[in-house]
Design a protein around this ligand. Structure first.
Ligand SMILES: NC(=O)c1ccc[n+]([C@@H]2O[C@H](COP(=O)([O-])OP(=O)(O)OC[C@H]3O[C@@H](n4cnc5c(N)ncnc54)[C@H](O)[C@@H]3O)[C@@H](O)[C@H]2O)c1
Length: 263
């Protein structure tokens, strides 16, 4: 049995706990709620009751997880990475916007200890396929824009997935995309943010979960790649795969693509 703790008892964290508990080879063993929980216990849909801790060290000592799954906030994840490395706990991180230096620290720590971990900006396989296809199209189109659409409680903009997509597209092309820069801007920011010549537009509205459109423009044609996560359950197969894989691997894997043969 893989012993799994979850960091962050928000919408993703709660779903991960119930998903883990439903797997024959996994057991949910504890919850970390760094912001402090109203209740010291968390009841799973199965009825199992888990202790809720505010501090990673206490969670690791009391619950003794093999793996900790993190869906919190980029301001907190670095502290969890340090504590997990110190306690020999493998990490599966889904939190958006975690800094490159933190990922590098995790990469070094995993390599030194010979332990697996996964960081993925998006655990939905359709999104990973969209990014992969975008890297192919990037070689044939000079201009592209991204529209990412998320629920109105999302704290960061643009999404980690849109930044990762723009980075992969720019890397595949080898140079910045060609973009229209308005000589007359009636409203500041009308062309969105930009990375590698790819304007990124962030929509935040109730009703969306996570969607992304990558639009390529060329002579007399456009190509649109669109992915929609219509529910948070779209991320669960990827999270479950990552939990199993970190037990087998001896290094950090960045991106779900590295686990499904697209890396
Ligand atoms: N990688 C993916 O596929 C994927 C999918 C969905 C969401 N996400 C990301 O996962 C994270 C959580 O998403 P959610 O929808 O569950 O959000 P949520 O708001 O429902 O839950 C956030 C959790 O993080 C905790 N938290 C918030 N700020 C914190 C801080 N400063 N320090 C410590 N803990 C803090 C909250 O207490 C809560 O437990 C976000 O970063 C989101 O963008 C990633």
């Amino acid at each position: 049995m893989i012993r799994v703790a979850v960091s962050g008892a928000g919408q993703m964290g709660r779903l991960v706990l119930d998903t883990v508990e439903a797997q024959a080879d996994m057991q949910a063993v504890g919850v970390l709620e760094p912001m402090g929980a109203a209740d010291p216990e968390h009841r799973l849909t199965s009825g199992t009751v888990l202790g809720v801790h505010a501090d990673p060290g206490t969670l690791f000592e009391v619950a003794r997880p093999d793996v900790v799954v993190d869906f919190t906030n980029a301001a907190f994840t670095p502290a969890l990475v340090d504590a997990a490395l110190e306690h020999g706990v493998r990490l599966v991180i889904g939190t958006s916007g975690v800094g490159a230096e933190v990922i590098e620290r995790l990469r070094r720590g995993c390599a030194e200890a010979g332990r697996g971990s996964v960081y993925a900006a998006n655990f939905a396989i359709g999104s990973v396929l969209q990014m992969y296809m975008a890297t192919i199209a990037a070689r044939y189109f000079d201009s592209a824009e991204i529209i990412e659409l998320h629920h109105d409680r999302k704290v960061d903009s643009p999404s980690g997935t849109s930044l990762a997509t723009a980075r992969l597209m720019r890397d595949a092309r080898g140079s910045d995309f060609v973009t229209n820069t308005p000589s007359l801007e009636h409203l500041e920011g009308a062309r969105g943010a930009s990375w590698g010549g790819v304007p990124i537009h962030s929509v935040r509205l109730p009703g969306f979960v996570a969607s992304q459109e990558v639009i390529f423009g060329g002579t007399g044609q456009t190509l649109t790649l669109r992915h929609d996560s219509t529910g948070r359950d779209s991320f669960m197969p990827g999270v479950v795969l990552a939990i199993r894989e970190v037990m087998q691997r001896d290094h950090l894997v960045v991106g779900l693509e590295g686990l499904v043969g697209l890396g």
